[in-house]
Design a protein around this ligand. Structure first.
Ligand SMILES: Cc1cc2nc3c(=O)[nH]c(=O)nc-3n(C[C@H](O)[C@H](O)[C@H](O)COP(=O)(O)OP(=O)(O)OC[C@H]3O[C@@H](n4cnc5c(N)ncnc54)[C@H](O)[C@@H]3O)c2cc1C
Length: 414
């Protein structure tokens, strides 16, 4: 903001990104500034970001969070401008020129890549073998994202899911959910067919961390226990549970170092899931802990995936995991990487490119009148409630900065 400028007739605020971070920020700013013109832009024609295109369709309670944001647009006078990609349709400079405050809430949507999985062996080409999929693509497909196509997607009879966060758990659950139940949640028929028609018989879920440091929430593991006709196994030692903060499963949605109780809880949840599952079942899921992804192999299409013991490969220590072997090769018709999200290659708006020397990232400030919130500010970690807390603190910083710059007439900021 220009500190000497007169207060505008109507304060103009643009928020880029209608995911939870952008919508919560709009709500907090609206509360403080009832008369301000607040517009939330999104590149999609429909709002709510990963609530719409990430959160699993059978998690109805979480999906319903979007309803409270509907009120912002229907009742609270916040404008939604969909189908507008900032950086392409409208430049960020133009948006900043037209508004007193611009808040970037663009999230981080690209799948984090495991180089050796996404480079076809022998070619060095930056393209995966057929059958290697990122969880972002799969979860967008399952959620009916308009730009994703099921073309070329085959999960087959055996799949390997790399990662042990909540997104990996979502994929296990959705792949083993009966077709009619998926259909009742609005999943398209061709997507259901691609997921289940193998028919899928076996899933290996492989994480770098020991079980106590796995990134899934205990509730997500308990939920798997409700699936019918599935036998669960795990290679974690029976007494495993001590956290090994040195070997986190990078990029999964929750980055906090686990404490001892949390580690015990995770190990216990896996033990209970295994113990409570039938001795024999039509489908099997094997959890593997303490294995670092190495490479995929196959002729044109993936046929196997290799991991090395995390301790042997990286010296991080795998006590209670990895069954004492340095290498694990798993046959696979497909591989799904669920190892976190990152900035899209060539994204028009990146934090590094817009942050000025006046930036104060802890408060969400990137430059005068320019702010960041949500996954774009903090990285791809944390659930929806974390974005609410983040939005509140960034909104407070915006209000403080703006009102300070208009002293002595802060009341004219509405
Ligand atoms: C697969 C998956 C499942 C999840 N499940 C859960 C769950 O069950 N419960 C839970 O609490 N959390 C869940 N999360 C985490 C949760 O979705 C995130 O914490 C949250 O969505 C991040 O909010 P955000 O607003 O920062 O980003 P996003 O939700 O990604 O929103 C960013 C928005 O910005 C828009 N945008 C991007 N670039 C531009 C541009 N240049 N111009 C205009 N618009 C742009 C995008 O279209 C998008 O709408 C899940 C995450 C994933 C990936």
């Amino acid at each position: 903001m220009n500190e000497t400028a007169a207060p505008p007739e109507v304060l103009r605020v643009a928020i880029v990104g209608a995911g939870p971070a952008g919508c919560y920020t709009a709500g907090f700013l609206r509360k403080r500034w009832p008369q301000a013109a607040i517009t939330v832009f999104d590149r999609h024609d429909a709002p709510y970001g990963l609530i719409r295109y990430g959160v699993a369709p059978d998690h109805l309670g979480t999906k319903a969070i979007a309803k409270q944001f509907d009120r912002l647009f229907a009742r609270d006078g916040v404008t939604f401008a969909g189908n507008t990609d900032i950086g392409t349709d409208v430049s960020l400079d133009q948006l900043r020129a037209d508004n007193d405050v611009v808040v970037l809430a663009t999230g981080l949507w690209a799948d984090r890549v495991i180089e050796t999985f996404h480079t076809a062996p022998g070619t060095g080409a930056a393209a995966p073998l057929a059958g290697v999929y990122g969880s972002g693509r799969l979860t967008r497909l399952i959620n009916g994202h308009p730009s994703e196509s099921v073309e070329g997607l085959t999960i087959g009879r055996r799949t390997v899911i790399v990662g042990n966060g909540n997104v990996a758990a979502d994929l296990v659950r959705l792949m083993l959910t009966p077709a009619d139940v998926l259909a009742s949640h609005g999943v398209a028929a061709d997507v259901i067919h691609a997921l289940t028609a193998g028919p899928l018989e076996h899933i290996d879920v492989v994480g770098r961390s020991p079980v106590g440091a796995a990134k899934f929430d205990v509730a997500m593991i308990r939920e798997l226990g409700r699936l019918a006709d599935v036998r669960f196994t795990s290679d974690a030692a029976p007494d495993a549970g001590a956290p090994d903060a040195g070997a986190p499963d990078a990029g999964a949605p929750d980055a906090a170092a686990p404490d001892a109780a949390d580690a015990d809880g995770k190990a216990a949840a896996i033990r209970e899931l295994v113990a409570g599952s039938p001795e024999a079942a039509g489908r099997t899921v094997a959890f593997h802990f303490g294995w670092t992804p190495d490479r995929v192999t196959g002729d044109g299409r993936v046929s196997a995936v290799t991991f090395t013991a995390t301790g042997a490969a990286g010296g991080a220590g795998t006590a209670g995991t990895a069954a004492g072997s340095a290498s694990l090769e798993l046959p696979a018709d497909s591989v799904c990487t669920a190892v976190g999200f990152t900035e899209t290659d060539g994204a028009h708006i990146s934090r590094a490119s817009v942050a000025s020397p006046r930036a104060d990232p802890d408060r969400g400030r990137l430059d005068d009148g320019l702010y960041a919130v949500g996954w774009f500010r903090r990285g791809p970690v944390g659930t929806i409630p974390a974005n609410r807390a983040d939005a509140r603190s960034v909104a407070d910083a915006i209000i403080a900065d703006l009102e300070a710059s208009f002293i002595p007439t802060p009341t004219s900021l509405t």
